[in-house]
Design a protein around this ligand. Structure first.
Ligand code: HEC
Ligand code: HEC
Length: 360
């Protein structure tokens, strides 16, 4: 962080701030609660939420603050856009342990798009819009499924599967795109106030706002998103890196990959069996992660390899082998139907561990 990102350029000229100030009015709304006097107050169509001024092209309302993360979860090559809406005048509180707590009535939106084979050439089309709303009693999860060829999306009541022909780097891919059920949202979003992206180690980066680049955390400070000034980062708040960023170390890239794709389940309080003690969070020292040269706890037909990671030997390392499966035994077990080419960094790191071995 630079501490202060100025509203003047190097030659002293006035520059538009990266984002306009937060409006004193809320446009994006989901009613009082999912079941208010026995009826859902959550709009059944995305156009009724007020979160977007237009659905085609997708134009966010003035109270949506866009954010970008350092390291993304792989969702079968989907392009994702993310926004957060804080209630007017409210801000994020950070406790002594550096946990972030979003205020009641916060809304977080994640939009999934693809270039579809049927869509006009090269044009991204939204497929799904996921929403988290913080009510008094906790977070609520919703998914809107976009109509094919129309600019409207409908609230889903359970999961759903669409057969999509999507254009990815390797060409046209036939994809069974699975809209998660609310139970599945809950499986992954269990810990840390249930929020994973808009946290310090993910937001600590430069963002291109179109007319200007700026440190994202400085921009959030200027928007009054935090209750007070941000303290210096603790070691566990070290920024994650993009797994594809070859200027970062192999270890940081692989550990960031495992953090964002695996650690929501593999951490204390996560969905994986607690007795497993496998902690794949980025900030956890290798020795404490119970990861390297650690024999597998469960030996089963769907669980290849003998070790979680065997330094220098990816083919004996379940962490690598299961990340390559897309059937019984696959990791992650939900949320993906296509193998992630970006996972290759995990194999490279395991090979490189052969030189120095597992360190504490
Ligand atoms: C396979 C695990 C998984 C499932 C299932 C899942 N999520 Fe997430 N979600 C994540 C992770 C990890 C992130 C953060 C990384 C990212 O955005 O790339 C995230 C991010 C989000 C965000 C942005 C806020 C944040 O915490 O970063 C929203 C909103 C969201 N998910 C909503 C939902 C909803 C609604 C569902 C169910 C319909 C759902 N998610 C299902 C893992 C999951
Ligand atoms: C949605 C939750 C979830 C996510 C995300 C997830 N896992 Fe798992 N993982 C589990 C569960 C549950 C088990 C125990 C059952 C089993 O072995 O299939 C498990 C078991 C494992 C094991 C076996 C450990 C042992 O000692 O037996 C490995 C290795 C593993 N996961 C690696 C990964 C990797 C690598 C990722 C990310 C690429 C990942 N997991 C993502 C839920 C998850």
């Amino acid at each position: 962080m630079t501490g202060e990102s100025s509203a003047t350029s190097d030659d002293g000229a006035e520059v538009e701030p990266p984002l306009p100030p937060r409006p004193d009015q809320q446009f994006c709304r989901f009613g009082a609660g999912e079941w208010h006097r026995g009826e859902s107050t959550v709009p059944s169509q995305l156009s009724e939420t007020g979160c977007f001024v237009s659905l085609d092209p997708l134009v966010p309302a003035a109270d949506l603050v866009p954010f970008a993360v350092n390291s993304q979860l792989w969702t079968d090559g989907a392009h994702k856009d993310r926004w957060v809406v804080l209630p007017v005048g409210a801000s994020i509180t950070i406790d002594q342990a550096r946990n972030w707590w979003y205020p009641t009535d916060t809304i977080i939106i994640k939009n999934f798009s693809y270039i579809l084979e049927t869509a006009a050439e090269g044009r991204m089309r939204p497929v799904e819009t996921r929403v988290m709303i913080k009510r008094n009693r906790g977070w609520e999860f919703h998914s809107y499924r976009w109509r094919r060829g129309e600019s409207e999306a409908d609230l889903l009541d359970g999961g759903y599967v669409d057969k999509l022909a999507v254009v990815l780097d390797e060409g046209v891919v036939q994809l069974d795109y699975a809209y998660p059920t609310r139970e599945q949202c809950d499986v992954c979003h269990r810990t840390q106030d249930r929020v994973f992206g808009p946290l310090r180690h993910q937001l600590d980066r430069v963002v291109d706002y179109g007319h200007v680049e700026a440190e994202q955390l400085d921009v959030w400070q200027q928007l009054g998103m935090f209750a007070g000034p941000l303290a210096e980062p603790e070691p566990h708040e070290r920024p994650l890196v993009d797994a594809r960023d070859e200027s970062a170390s192999l270890e940081d890239r692989a550990r960031s990959y495992l953090h964002v794709n695996c650690s929501h389940c593999h951490r204390p309080g996560g969905w994986a069996p607690p007795g497993m003690h496998l902690d794949l969070r980025y900030g956890i020292a290798l020795g404490e992660a119970r990861l390297c040269d650690e024999p597998l706890q469960f030996l089963a037909v769907w669980s290849p390899g003998e070790f979680r990671i065997k330094a220098g030997d990816p083919e004996s390392s379940s962490v690598w082998l299961r990340s390559q499966l897309r059937n019984a035994g696959q990791m992650p077990p939900i949320g993906t139907a296509l193998r992630d080419p970006g996972s290759e960094v995990v194999r490279q790191w395991i090979e490189a561990l052969g030189e120095g071995g597992c360190r504490p």
